[in-house]
Design a protein around this ligand. Structure first.
Ligand SMILES: Cc1cc2nc3c(=O)[nH]c(=O)nc-3n(C[C@H](O)[C@H](O)[C@H](O)COP(=O)(O)OP(=O)(O)OC[C@H]3O[C@@H](n4cnc5c(N)ncnc54)[C@H](O)[C@@H]3O)c2cc1C
Length: 407
């Protein structure tokens, strides 16, 4: 396994001329940390669906959580662009931990910061920023995936100074290990998507349990599970924002999440390109390195073009999404742009990994190889945070909104 031979993804300065010095430093720091501290964990995570118990605390100790959270709550006070660069650096060396980072950092921590009140921020953000608490977000349910809002069946009813939650959530990243979960539930079923509220649930609240840990084809080691709420009592003070106004939190959060999935796709594609360039130079057939054959060169060239296009689109979208006001998005240009960015990045990443395995020949088909691990993982990027089809519906819906309004 080759972790340090090529300069392809090591020399950020040569590749990312569109980043300023501060941004380059953020990417460099995350890349260096992940290469030294997280890369060595990835094989066992993949083999055993193993969760490294100290990894989150280490990430926190290195200042790589709470990127978008102000200093007063324990964060770094930077923007979404910086958060995307941290994710890119981590994703190159341990994409499963990077996915866990994304759920913790963006879906949970950043959401609580943007939508929570002062007491909630003070109570939860320091632990989340230090990595001593693990965060997750629960939207998807067994019967509510692409139609997460309309088909949501989890309910929350007010009972004195508590809400009582009933229902279940599925495929929740970090679910089996989370201390703090941002959970969406219907507080007014009659109002449909406009009767949804967001709650902060702690793992020890009575009535909450992890029903099962799920075994995955890729991103193994990031913990994914089914969560159950049976008369789960949540203090009323843990309602995030206003009752029945959860839709704005969901929609705004999804736009940010989509902007943030793209750097993870980019990171994996960068790593796959590096591994393929390395392999093309050392693998000999017909008495020559396979990199000397034009058909292999063609695959490498196409992979490079895809990576550089992903980089441009990813950074542009992150920069735009970094400007999103609280509660904004869920419609308009940013909604369309973030859906387009993640749709493109996921499909391009899939195409890059397909070529990367082809360059590796039989060795790429072997389960333990790094390229195989990446290949098995990237399909998720076309499913999570809204499928490719949902992304197309968003884009077309925005392009045709006048027709839809008039019709
Ligand atoms: C590993 C993993 C981690 C995840 N992490 C989280 C998490 O942390 N939190 C969370 O809340 N969720 C999480 N998810 C859930 C994820 O967001 C959903 O799986 C996704 O939104 C799709 O929902 P679904 O699986 O129910 O598929 P479905 O909605 O059942 O879709 C099945 C197929 O039908 C298509 N389809 C559905 N509706 C339409 C339509 N109207 N038009 C055309 N095609 C359509 C879809 O595109 C897809 O191809 C995770 C999923 C996985 C696999």
């Amino acid at each position: 396994m080759n972790s340090d031979s090529a300069s392809l993804i090591g020399d950020n300065r040569r590749l990312a001329f569109d980043l300023d010095d501060e941004q380059l430093a953020v990417l460099d720091q995350a890349d260096r940390f992940a290469r030294n501290e997280l890369y060595g964990l990835s094989e066992r995570m993949d083999a055993e669906e193993w969760w490294p118990p100290d990894a989150f605390a280490k990430i926190g100790d290195n200042g790589l959580f709470g990127v978008t959270i102000p200093d007063e709550y324990g964060g770094a006070g930077m923007d979404l662009m910086a958060a995307g660069l941290v994710l890119q650096g981590l994703g190159r060396w341990n994409h499963a931990l990077a996915l866990a980072w994304l759920a913790h950092e963006n879906l949970c921590t950043n959401n609580i910061y943007r939508n929570g009140n002062e007491a909630q921020r003070r109570k939860y953000l320091p632990g989340l920023c230090s990595g001593r608490m693990i965060g997750a977000l629960g939207l998807t349910e067994p019967g509510a995936g692409s139609d997460a809002l309309g088909s949501m069946r989890t309910t929350a009813r007010r009972d004195g100074d508590h809400y009582v939650l009933n229902g279940s959530k599925i495929y929740i990243t970090n679910g089996p290990i989370a201390d703090v979960l941002l959970i969406y539930a219907k507080t007014d079923k009659a109002k449909g998507a406009h009767g949804i509220s967001a709650f902060i649930v702690e793992k020890d609240f009575p009535g909450f349990r992890v029903a099962q840990k799920l075994e995955k084809m890729g991103y193994r080691g990031s913990q994914t599970g089914e969560l159950v709420f049976e008369e789960c009592r949540v203090p009323a003070e843990n309602l995030v924002g206003v009752e029945n106004r959860g839709i704005a939190i969901v929609m705004s959060g999804l736009d940010l999440e989509r902007a943030m999935v793209s750097p993870l796709c980019l990171a994996i594609a960068e790593r796959a390109l590096q591994l393929s360039v390395d392999y093309a130079q050392v693998r000999q057939q017909f008495g020559k390195p396979i990199g000397s054959f034009q058909m292999v060169q063609s695959m490498l060239a196409e992979m490079y073009v895809a990576v550089e296009t992903m980089r441009t689109f990813t950074y542009r979208t992150l920069a735009a999404a970094a400007q999103l006001e609280v509660g904004g998005g869920g419609r308009g240009d940013i909604h369309m742009l973030t859906a387009a960015s993640v749709m493109y990045a996921a499909e391009a990443c899939h195409a890059v990994l397909d070529k990367a395995v082809q360059v590796h020949g039989g060795s790429g088909y072997i389960w333990e190889s790094e390229i195989n691990r990446l290949y098995r993982s990237v399909k998720l990027m076309e499913i999570g945070a809204g499928t490719t089809e949902v992304r197309k519906m968003i884009i077309a819906g925005e392009l045709l909104k006048d027709m839809n309004r008039d019709g």
